[in-house]
Design a protein around this ligand. Structure first.
Ligand SMILES: [Zn+2]
Ligand SMILES: [Zn+2]
Length: 302
């Protein structure tokens, strides 16, 4: 079955506030509010105070490094083990993943594995059946219920880099996400700009890209692979998420290092992983055989 329309999420079975065991996470809520306020201040700073090209370039570079650390690192490497990576690449993912302020890789991968295992069910942390806003950002405002443990990431706990990142997540986030850009801003005399633009505007742009995978990619687009869940493929979602928008394919074949399986699919994350393999920094890139993909498409269309 192929359906290429924007669908409405099914009505929420219950509101978050009425859900037993969910209490507001004030740290997350206040941090998200502060980050958005400072990101808006960043836009105003660029428009009305100063628009330094070095600050903009550093913001773009941090967006690229942090973005790839979430899509190529947290998601495809840590959560799905879709390829092998040299320790320097894992360290890069751990550092810029922390700067993305989306929890430690252990916690992120644990949530994400639960999302795949229980897609569209109560145990899915960003269950789209609770509505767009819940899947996009609402779930972050509440403390995780009791089933949120780390038993599904015991393989990752063996990695000393991930154990270190999990223990020192907050200082690492502050150093790589805020301190380093601020110090670089000293070089061209724009510390306020680097704080507002590189640290916070970049962070909020990246937030909504990641959030879109949990919300839009479960509502917008086609389902060429009948994965029996709400995941959908759409190039627009791919465009704003470094290629994560081929989400129906990803839910059908989660172990594949690509989300955009066809050569012309816009998937910068697969190009990054492939480029690293050319210089020996990644290996064992898992690919679903072409015949399997064709068969799955035909079965879905039948
Ligand atoms: Zn999904
Ligand atoms: Zn996934």
């Amino acid at each position: 079955m192929t359906n290429s329309t924007l669908t409405e999420a099914p009505p929420p079975p219950e509101t978050a506030a009425s859900s037993p065991g969910r209490r507001i996470d004030w740290v997350n809520t206040l941090f998200l509010a502060a980050a958005h306020t400072l990101a808006i201040a960043g836009v105003l700073y660029l428009v009305f105070v100063r628009c330094n090209p070095w600050t903009l370039a550093l913001g773009a570079l941090w967006l690229l490094f942090c973005g790839l650390s979430i899509t190529g690192g947290y998601h495809r490497y840590f959560a799905h083990a879709a390829y092998r990576a040299h320790w320097t690449v894992r360290l890069f993912y751990a550092l810029f993943g922390a700067a993305s302020v989306q929890n430690s890789a252990l916690r992120w991968a644990s949530d994400h594995r639960r999302h795949h295992r229980f897609t569209d069910q109560e145990e899915d942390p960003y269950n789209i059946r609770r509505g767009f806003w819940w899947a996009h950002v609402g779930w972050i405002f509440f403390k995780a219920p009791e089933w949120s443990d780390f038993s599904n990431v015991q393989d990752l706990e063996r990695d000393p880099i991930l154990r270190f990142q999990h223990r020192h997540y907050v200082p690492l986030a502050l150093i790589v996400g805020l301190l380093v850009p601020s110090l670089l801003g000293l070089l061209w005399g724009d510390v306020p700009g680097t704080i507002l633009v590189v640290a916070f505007l970049r962070l909020v742009i990246q937030y909504h890209a990641t959030f879109a995978v949990n919300s839009l990619a479960h509502m917008l687009g086609s389902q060429p692979f009948a994965s029996n869940d709400s995941a959908r493929d759409h190039y627009l979602t791919a465009l704003v998420t470094f290629g994560e928008g081929y989400h129906n394919f990803h839910h059908r074949f989660p172990g594949d290092y690509r989300n955009g399986y066809a050569p012309h699919h816009y998937d910068p994350t697969k190009w990054w992983i492939w480029a690293l393999s050319r210089v020996g920094l990644t290996s064992n890139l898992l690919k679903t055989p072409r015949e399997t993909i064709v068969k799955a498409r035909r079965a879905a269309a039948a």
